[in-house]
Design a protein around this ligand. Structure first.
Ligand SMILES: N[C@@H](CCC(=O)N[C@@H](CS)C(=O)NCC(=O)O)C(=O)O
Length: 230
């Protein structure tokens, strides 16, 4: 693959792609997107994606094939190290390491969310609902006065959590789960992230339609639960 600009190999719903997109936008880096169908991965993609996953960042190299980066955290860290613009990691090594720990925490939430949004089973759904409430209660203890994770500056760790919270914009409109009850700091953080331009632009305008179709494809209990609540 030989591109003229940085290219983010993407999927419409992927939260990991959104992280990379948010960091690219925060750094003011022009880039193109190339969407792929993960249910029918093209050969060119399988040749360049060691894990068969998005995101990939293709970086033009003069007279040669693009260099390919995989793994969203690696892509974000690379952009932080190579691009100008406001720093998205704290300068202090200890604080930076703690941010990286919370980025991992954000990745582990995505694993819980996958079950929450795809299970057909009421009991498993309820168990995950409780797990997620406990996880966000832990985050509530970590947050300060905001508006972002570490105060007034937007950081990579915010780019990790923004796609997590985006799921709940749809899910909580279907059914009020109580997951965020009693969490004023998490709720204020969710709101601040939802309107940040880099976050808004990380998905297409029809993102919620894609997510709704995904829930229907999985015959998700979340949909049945929302009908019960109606
Ligand atoms: N650890 C990876 C996870 C990426 C990932 O799981 N991407 C999903 C889409 S959201 C994917 O490409 N899945 C395709 C597959 O597993 O076949 C990262 O941070 O980039």
């Amino acid at each position: 693959m030989q591109s003229e600009k940085l290219t983010l190999i993407s999927h419409y719903l992927c939260p990991y792609v959104q992280r990379a997109s948010i960091v690219l936008a925060e750094k003011g880096v022009p880039f193109e997107r190339r969407y792929i169908d993960l249910a029918a991965k093209p050969d060119w993609f399988l040749r360049i994606s060691p894990l068969g996953k998005v995101p990939l960042l293709a970086i033009p190299q003069a007279g040669r094939d693009d260099a390919i980066l995989f793994e969203s955290a690696v892509i974000c860290e690379y952009l932080e190290e190579t691009q100008a613009g406001a720093p998205l990691h704290p300068a202090d090594p200890l604080t930076r390491a703690r941010h990286r720990g919370w980025m991992e925490f954000g990745s582990s939430i995505l694993a819980d969310l996958w079950v929450y949004e795809t299970t057909k089973d009421a009991e498993q759904f309820e168990a995950k609902r409780q797990t997620l409430a406990a996880i966000f209660a832990t985050l509530e203890q970590e947050l300060g006065d905001g508006p972002y994770f570490a105060g007034e500056h937007f950081r990579i760790v915010d780019a990790v959590f923004a796609p997590v919270f985006r799921y709940f914009e749809l899910f909580e409109s279907l059914f009020e789960s109580g997951i965020f009850d009693g969490q004023p700091r998490v709720n204020a953080w969710r709101k601040a992230l939802a309107v940040r331009p880099s976050v808004v632009e990380a998905v297409t305008a029809d993102y919620q339609e894609h997510l709704m179709a995904f829930l229907h494809r999985h015959d998700a209990y979340l949909l049945a639960r929302s009908k019960l609540a109606a």
